[in-house]
Every structure is written in C-alpha cells, then in structure tokens.
Design a protein around this ligand. Structure first.
Ligand code: GDP
Length: 492
C-alpha cells in the first residue's frame, strides 16, 4: 500500500519479472489480484495486489483479514504523503505489521532520514532507531534492495509464526470476482488454510458451487492450491463478493449451510447492521460494550485537524476513551468510509463533506458521518455523546444540490448564480451552503430563487435556476450549492 506514484506497481512488476522461473518464462501471467514469488528452499511469498487500502479495509469490513503483513511503499524523494498516512492507519486498524519499502533510492534527491522521521510521526519507529519497524531502501528501477525486502518479509512472517494446515479442507477469501462471458462466475480465491482441490464443494457468502477448474497466477491449470496461494476458481453458481470467505465442505453440508445463510442474510437485511452511532454510545457503554469512541477526523485545513485532534482526545474520561484512528485534511473519501466501516468508527467532517462516492458508500455501509462548521458545537456534541446526553434538538434535512454554471451581475440584486439542480431540489426558505472543491466556504440564505424570470418556491433536479445568496457575491462557476431545511427533533 502507499501513496499514488510512489512505485507500488513498479515494485510488484520488478518482483514478478525477476522471480519468473525457467518453466514459466514467456508464460502468460494472469491478473488474479495476487501473485506468488518463490524465494527458494520452499519459501514463498504471496503478494496481494488490491487496488489500494480502501479495498483492503472494504474486505476487512466483511470480516476478511487477507494480509499477514503490509508492505508500505514510500518514495524516498517524496516522503510521507496523505495516502501514506491513510495506508498506515488502515494497517494499524487491522493490527497488521508494517514493513516499509523506501523506494526510488536510485534518484539523486532522496532523503531517507526525512522518510524515517516522517514515519516516527506515526509511531512507526525504524529498527535502526531502536524501534521494530523494518525499513528497506529499494529501487524498483534498478532492483537494488528488492532481495533484502523479500528476505525481510520472510523474516517478519517467521517472527509472527504464521501456520496453516495443508491437510484440512480449504478455507479462503475472495479477492476479486467477476462474471466472465465464456467461463461464468470467476473468483480469485486466496487459500488461507487447507488445500483446495478441483471437484471440491464450495460455499461462499450466499453462493455455492463445485470447483470445475483452477488457474494459478502464472496462467497454469492446477489441480490443487495450498495455504497462501491464490487461484482463479471456476464453477461457482454466482459471483461472490470481494472479501467473502469461501469454504470447501461435504456435499451434504452444502445445502444446509446455504439455506441457513440465506435466512440469516434476510434477517440482517431487516435488522440494520449495528454501527457506532453517537446517540447510542452511552447505552452501549452502560452495557459495558463500548469503551472507546472511535473517530475519523477530516477538516478543511491541517491546522483544524491538529486542533480537533488535541481537543477531542482531551474529552476522554474514565469510562470512554476517544480514539482518533485517522485524521487528515481534505474531503471525506471512500478510504475514510471503508476504514470507519471496518473499525466501527464515526466520521467527523469539519468544514468538509463526503465526496459523492464516499456518500454513497456511507449510506450503503451505515457509517455515520457528522458534519460540523463550528468547533464548539462539535466538541459539545462529542462531550454529550460521551456523557450519554446527546440529544440534538434540531436536525438538517438535506434537500438537494446544484452546480453553478454561470455568473450574472445584476444591478440592484448583486451576483446571481445560474445553476443546474443536480440532485433533489432547492427550496425557498432553505439554508444554503456553498462548497468549492468539497470545502464549505460559506453558508447563508437564498435571496432569490428564480426559474427564468419567475420567483419560485422550489426547483427540482434537471432544471436550471438563478440564485442569489444573501451577503455573498464571491460565488464562482463550478461551486456547489447545497440546500437544507432545519427541523426540530421531537424528543422521545
Ligand atoms: P504506484 O502508483 O504506486 O503504483 O506507482 P508506479 O509504480 O506507477 O510508479 C510511479 C512512477 O514512478 C512511474 O513513472 C515509475 O516509473 C516511477 N518509479 C517507480 N519506482 C521507481 C524507482 O525505484 N526509481 C525511479 N527512478 N522511478 C520509479
């Protein structure tokens, strides 16, 4: 895992290229989401090539711990970047040890000490500085250090004393799955324990099937796959989800388990999955369940992030501890939501909002995202949550949003934004919030809301409107206007 362009793909490519044995040379390498390299003497490492840490946590949210070790790639000329921090926090939340591959060491302007210093800021203390984090300088370009990296990974694995039993029936996890026109449902499965064989009966999530064929990461048809190898499995009846666990079972068991699972899933659909909600925190705490209020903090600027982190952590009391598992400047993204989902945390968004993908994901995974614009309101809420007195008197009802397409200067009125309503509707009397690049820059009331020449009560998605905001003339093309109604909440 690591920041974009720090060399994850290059490093993996280099490792693949140099670990192709004679028999495999020229063979088609499959993209099955995982790749095994042979260090000799029976020592093998399987790299999981998930597209980023968000996917990693998405799998974890489904209960699948897929990796034993995380290799964090940090470019030595660039240092710790936002996605590096995200990756660190995802790995920490999963309690998986981190090995740092300090990449691009061939470049002239590298600064290894700065990288190490940066790691220290996230409690990753390099071995040579007295800590337990292995930092290996590498270059995906020249290949320098790659052997050392592989050895370090192996060493770390040995220290963890990871064991599996190849004799038992297979248990694995789905890394990727798709519907292939010719082959039907195809699932990349990482076998985690036991040995998977062709002809085995499989159960995965709500689907099942029989292993018709298996193809390994080098494109070869194989008859069996042992622990820590990944294979493409053909023969499932449906496409399973990434992160689903897969079991080889007796035929008689298959039908029974299948039915039970379907029932259970139906029940779960009816009963919403239980996620941390601030309102419920005290109730949980009283039952002795929650001892930690886990938060992810996103804010418009780094200064606010630090201020919030400090203030929030100070709210901890004897019964409940505030734990900030990730904090960064910027909009709430998918990575934040998947981390919150897997760690059962609440996302605090200060002067920022979720981007559209994050919003969808949050709704789907029932992750609570609380947006604030005033720091003491935020702290009040958190304090109240900790004391179990959180009872918001008012709530916002999201009405819709519009994109600013044009700006008009109209004498007597001021600046009018020509907008296209893209979601829901804008309503007169509603509160407006203006976002630029997902950062809230101002809130106010609509001075006018017009459809062509007519003042209107509301304007629905797909329509254009002219909107002037009371006291705000700095609106620009590309800004978003969100519309809310404020409603009083009746106390139960
Ligand atoms: P990813 O986004 O983390 O997968 O990064 P890529 O593997 O795509 O690498 C991003 C860029 O950095 C590419 O242009 C690579 O050629 C370059 N790059 C990757 N590793 C190295 C390295 O060790 N040395 C140098 N000089 N360039 C590298």
């Amino acid at each position: 895992m690591g920041h974009v362009d720090h060399g994850k793909t290059s490093l993996l490519d280099y490792i693949r290229k140099t670990n192709v044995t004679a028999g495999e040379a020229g063979g088609i390498t499959q993209s099955i989401g995982a790749y095994t390299v042979d260090l000799g003497e029976g020592r093998k490492i399987t790299f999981i090539d998930t597209p980023g840490h968000a996917a990693f946590s998405a799998m974890r949210a489904r209960g699948a711990q897929v990796t034993d070790i995380v290799v964090l790639v940090v470019a030595a000329d660039d240092g710790i970047m936002p996605q590096t921090v995200e990756a660190i926090d995802h790995a920490k939340a999963a309690e998986v040890p981190i090995i740092v591959a300090m990449n691009k060491m061939d470049k002239p302007n590298v600064n290894p000490d700065k990288v190490k210093q940066g790691l220290m800021n996230y409690d990753l203390v390099p071995e040579e500085w007295g800590g337990d984090v292995i930092v290996v300088p590498v270059s995906a370009k020249t290949g320098d250090g790659v052997d050392e990296l592989l050895e370090s990974i192996y060493l770390q694995a040995e220290m963890q004393e990871l064991k599996a039993n190849p004799e038992r029936k297979a248990k694995g996890v789905v890394i990727e799955a798709k519907l292939d026109k010719g082959k039907g449902p195809v699932a990349s499965v990482l076998v985690q324990n036991g040995t998977l064989r062709t002809g085995d009966n499989l159960i995965s999530g709500t689907t099942m099937g029989r292993v018709r064929a298996m193809i390994d990461d080098k494109g070869r048809t194989v008859k069996e796959a042992g622990p820590s190898t990944a294979v493409e499995v053909l023969g499932l009846e449906d496409v399973p989800g990434a992160g689903d666990t897969i079991f080889a079972v007796e035929a008689s068991l298959m039908k029974k388990v299948q039915e039970e699972r379907k029932n259970k899933e139906r029940e779960q659909l009816i009963r919403e999955p239980k996620k941390q909600r601030l309102e419920d925190l005290f109730g949980d705490a009283a039952e002795g369940e929650t001892k930690e209020l886990k938060l992810i903090v996103k804010a418009d600027v780094q200064g606010s992030v630090e201020a919030l982190r400090g203030s929030l952590e100070k709210l901890s009391n004897d019964e409940v501890k505030v734990k900030i598992i990730h904090a960064a400047a910027g909009a709430v993204n998918e990575s934040d939501i998947s981390l919150a989902d897997s760690a059962n945390a609440t996302v605090i968004a200060f002067n920022v909002r979720p981007d559209s993908k994050a919003k969808t994901l949050a709704e789907r995974s029932h992750v609570e995202v609380r947006t604030y614009r005033i720091i003491y309101e935020l702290l009040d809420d958190m304090e109240a949550a900790l004391k179990g007195m959180l009872a918001p008197k008012y709530q916002e009802i999201y009405m819709g949003k519009a994109e600013v397409k044009q700006i008009f200067n109209i004498t007597g009125v001021g600046v009018v934004a020509g907008c296209l309503v893209t979601e829901g509707k804008l309503v007169r009397g509603g509160k407006l919030r203006i976002y630029r690049d997902n950062v809230m820059i101002v809130e106010g009331n609509a001075k006018t809301l017009k459809h062509y020449k007519d003042e209107v009560k509301e304007i629905a998605a797909g329509l254009e409107c002219g909107c002037a905001i009371d006291g705000f003339n700095e609106i620009r093309v590309g800004d978003y206007i969100e519309c809310y109604l404020i409603e009083e909440i009746k106390r139960a």
